[in-house]
Design a protein. Structure first.
Length: 80
C-alpha cells in the first residue's frame, strides 16, 4: 500500500517583501504610502500587492564608540 503526504492546494510562495525603514518613517502615513507605491512600482505594479506580503521593518540599531561611549545610530546593511 502506497501512502502519500497530503498536498497543499496553495503552493509554497516566497512573496514576502522586506522593506527596511528608519524610525522617522514608521509614524508618517504619507511617507509610508509613498514608499509602498515606489516599492510596488519596482515589483511591477504601482497599485497592487496582491499575492505579496509587505513587511515593514523598523531599523533602530546603535554602535557605541569605544572611546567616548556615545551611541551612534546605524541603519542595517549598507548603512542607509
Amino acid at each position: 500500500m502506497k501512502v502519500e503526504l497530503p498536498q497543499d492546494p496553495v503552493p509554497l510562495r516566497t512573496d514576502h517583501v522586506r522593506i527596511y525603514i528608519t524610525p522617522d518613517m514608521d509614524s508618517d502615513l504619507k511617507k509610508l504610502e509613498e514608499i509602498t507605491r515606489k516599492v510596488l512600482g519596482k515589483l511591477g505594479c504601482d497599485f497592487c500587492h496582491s499575492g505579496r506580503i509587505l513587511d515593514f521593518i523598523r531599523m533602530q540599531d546603535y554602535v557605541v564608540d569605544s572611546k567616548t561611549l556615545e551611541p551612534k545610530e546605524v541603519f542595517g546593511p549598507g548603512h542607509l
